[in-house]
Design a binder for this molecule. Structure first.
Ligand code: 5RP
Length: 222
C-alpha cells in the first residue's frame, strides 16, 4: 500500500452510518472514496456531495449515492486532500483545480478531515504555488491586482490553452512572498472583484491524517 492509500483509507474509520459526506478531489481522497464504495456494497448507508465532476464520476462508479445542497440540511463530515499542511493545520489546496467547491463544502461541514501523505507536511505554506480561481471577464485587471498584493500569478494551462474549472473559471497559480501572513492574504485576495476564491484554507481543518517517519498513521488536531 502506498502512503496516499494508507491515509486515504484510514479516513473511513470516521464515517458513521447515515452520514452526509463531502467528498474531496484528488489522488489521495480517491482511496477514501473507493473504500467507502466497498462499505456501501456491504450495507453502509451514506450520501455524498462531490467537490468536482471528477469525484462525482468516481463516487457514482463505486456506488456511493450522490446528493446536493437542495436536498440536504447538513454535511456531517467532509474528507479531502491537500497540497500543503502547516503545523497550524492551515492548508494550500486547489492543485487539482477544485478549490472553490472544496472550500464551500469544507466550510459547510460539521467536521473537516484532511488526508495528507508526509510529503504534504510543511513548516511554512508557500512552496506550492497558491491557486486563485478568477472569472474570465477582466482577468487581466484581476491579475494586476493580485500582483499588487505582492503575489506572482501565472495562468494555469491545460496544454496550450487556459485550464477551465468545473465552474467555468480560470486559475492563477501564485508564488507567495516570505513576509506575507497567510490569513491576511486569504482575505485580501477575496476582496479583489474578479477573484472567486483562493486555495488557502485557514481555521477550517479539524483533523489531519498523515504518517510519521516510521510510516505509522498519526492524527493531528488543534
Ligand atoms: C484538488 C485539491 C487536492 O486535494 C490536492 O491537490 C491534493 O491532491 P492529491 O491528493 O492528488 O495530492 O486540492 O483541488
Amino acid at each position: 500500500m502506498n502512503d496516499k492509500q494508507i491515509v486515504g483509507e484510514k479516513a473511513v474509520e470516521f464515517v458513521k452510518d447515515g452520514m452526509v459526506l463531502g467528498l474531496g478531489t484528488g489522488s489521495t481522497v480517491q482511496y477514501t472514496i473507493q473504500k467507502l464504495g466497498e462499505l456501501v456494497k456491504e450495507g453502509l448507508n451514506i450520501k455524498g456531495i462531490p467537490t468536482s465532476i471528477q469525484t462525482e464520476r468516481l463516487a457514482k462508479e463505486v456506488g456511493i449515492p450522490i446528493t446536493n445542497f437542495s436536498e440536504i440540511q447538513r454535511i456531517d463530515l467532509a474528507i479531502d486532500g491537500a497540497d500543503e499542511v502547516n503545523p497550524n493545520l492551515e492548508l494550500i489546496k486547489g492543485g487539482g483545480g477544485a478549490l472553490l467547491r472544496e472550500k464551500i463544502i469544507a466550510k459547510a461541514a460539521k467536521k473537516f478531515i484532511v488526508v495528507a501523505d508526509p510529503s504534504k507536511m510543511v513548516m511554512k505554506l508557500g512552496q506550492f504555488r497558491l491557486p486563485v480561481e478568477v472569472i474570465q471577464f477582466g482577468m487581466e485587471m484581476t491579475e494586476k491586482q493580485i500582483r499588487e498584493l505582492g503575489l506572482i500569478p501565472e495562468i494555469r494551462l491545460n496544454e496550450t490553452s487556459p485550464f477551465v474549472t468545473d465552474n467555468g473559471n480560470f486559475i492563477f497559480d501564485c508564488s507567495i512572498p516570505d513576509n506575507v501572513e497567510s490569513e491576511i492574504i486569504e482575505q485580501e485576495l477575496n476582496m479583489i472583484p474578479g477573484v472567486v476564491e483562493n486555495g488557502l484554507f485557514v481555521g477550517i481543518t479539524d483533523l489531519v491524517i498523515t504518517l510519521d517517519q516510521q510510516k505509522k498513521v498519526i492524527l493531528l488536531s488543534k
